[in-house]
Write a protein that binds this ligand. Structure first.
Ligand code: ADP
Ligand code: MG
Length: 356
């Protein structure tokens, strides 16, 4: 089932929660809605499910408008952050619920319901927990039951609103890998809401980055991470170093340094900020043209990546660089060393165009 979100806007009173949102989701895709708290992710999910109506715009499933369709007719499965399991029902009954409440005409037989529920419990690896109650399960297990329950009615679309948000980091990671595997097997068109960039980058085919009710960027995890279209996306999708200066003649300049900006042909002599990811900071021990002097202030050696904190003495500002262990040992860096840094990849934004 493809989902077409077309120019959707929504206000709560005078507050604009969604502003002109358009996204096309292909059948079988797993799309993450990523944004900070309050950016409108849940609102958009509820509009898609039909739990909320938009003021403007339209939702189409497989080209058909859903505007007049009741949530029940949309064939959507929902998993929320807070386990919405029925506390007084066993795991089995929770998963069976959506099938048991069907009108008699479409309701499967008791035996068919049992087979289906046990299949789903096997799928979420809880076949031995059918007779337990939700309070007798861990958080991760409860979310797996919630997912089995959402899948029981064979939805055409699966909407997951921060499903692992309340779980600890290790379980979250396990569950998102497992969700990805499940998705690859079933190919149900899925929208996964999260405010955790690592989770979105790890699990999704495509990411929709939201901020203040608007879309900042849509792209594959690699696209949005390596080629952010706005300062917001740079900031939100990982650590970033800022180089403030003036942009003129293809160079970003500040005091003594001048960094090459190959794609800066449109602007002349503007205030500008260069954005550089820590792993795009190149470190040299000798002074070369186009580098920025800095002193090593901290070294964090853990695992294969070495994080290095540097102090720019011209500005009294700190930078963060990431090296592989091999690079680090080759350079023989120690705290207090004078080094010269150069961005391998620098993206420049003009602050006037953006609210930084
Ligand atoms: P997110 O899921 O990204 O955290 P939401 O969609 O829940 O964001 O909310 C977006 C904004 O809309 C928030 O500022 C929130 O306070 C506001 N909001 C959400 N639901 C309502 C509502 N029913 N009435 C008024 N304001 C709401
Ligand atoms: Mg939310």
């Amino acid at each position: 089932m493809s989902i077409h979100i077309h120019n959707v806007s929504k206000k709560y009173g005078s507050f604009q929660a969604l502003e002109d949102i358009s996204v096309d989701i292909q059948s079988g895709e797993l799309v993450a809605l990523l944004g900070p708290s309050g950016s409108g992710k849940t609102s958009l999910l509820r509009v898609i499910a039909g739990l909320e109506s938009s003021d403007v715009g339209e939702i189409l499933f497989d080209g058909q408008s859903m505007t007049e369709r009741h949530p029940k007719e949309r064939n959507v499965g929902f998993v929320f952050q807070h386990y919405a399991l029925f506390r007084h029902m066993t795991v089995f009954d929770n998963v069976a619920y959506g099938l048991k409440v069907r009108p008699r005409k479409t309701r499967p037989s008791k035996q068919d319901i049992k087979t289906k529920v046990m299949e789903l419990l096997q799928l979420v690896k809880l076949e031995n927990f059918a007779n337990r109650y939700p309070t007798q399960l861990s958080g991760g297990q409860r979310q797996r039951v919630a997912l089995a329950r959402a899948l029981a009615v064979e939805p055409k679309v699966l909407l997951l609103d921060e499903p692992f948000g309340a779980l600890d980091a290790k379980v979250r990671k396990e569950l998102r890998r497992w969700l990805r595997k499940l998705h690859d097997e079933f190919h149900i068109t899925s929208i996964f809401v999260t405010h955790d960039q690592e989770e979105a980058l790890d699990v999704a085919d495509r990411i929709v980055v939201m901020n203040n009710g608007k879309i900042e960027q849509i792209g594959s995890p690699d696209e949005v991470y390596t080629n952010p279209k706005s300062p917001f996306v740079y900031d939100f999708l990982g650590n970033v170093n800022l180089f403030k200066g003036r942009l003129a003649n293809g160079k970003l300049m500040h005091g003594e340094f001048a960094l090459d900006v190959p794609d800066s042909h449109t602007h002349t002599d503007d205030n500008a900020i260069g954005y550089v990811r820590p792993h795009d900071i190149h470190i040299e021990k000798t002074n070369m043209p186009g580098t920025v002097p800095a002193k090593i202030s901290h070294i964090h050696l853990l695992g294969p990546i070495v994080q290095i904190e540097l102090r720019r003495e011209d500005l009294d500002e700190f930078l963060e660089a990431e090296l592989t262990k091999e690079q680090f040992f080759q350079l023989q860096l120690t705290i207090g060393d004078q080094v010269y840094i150069k961005p391998k990849q620098l993206k420049v934004f003009i602050p006037e165009d953006y609210s930084i």
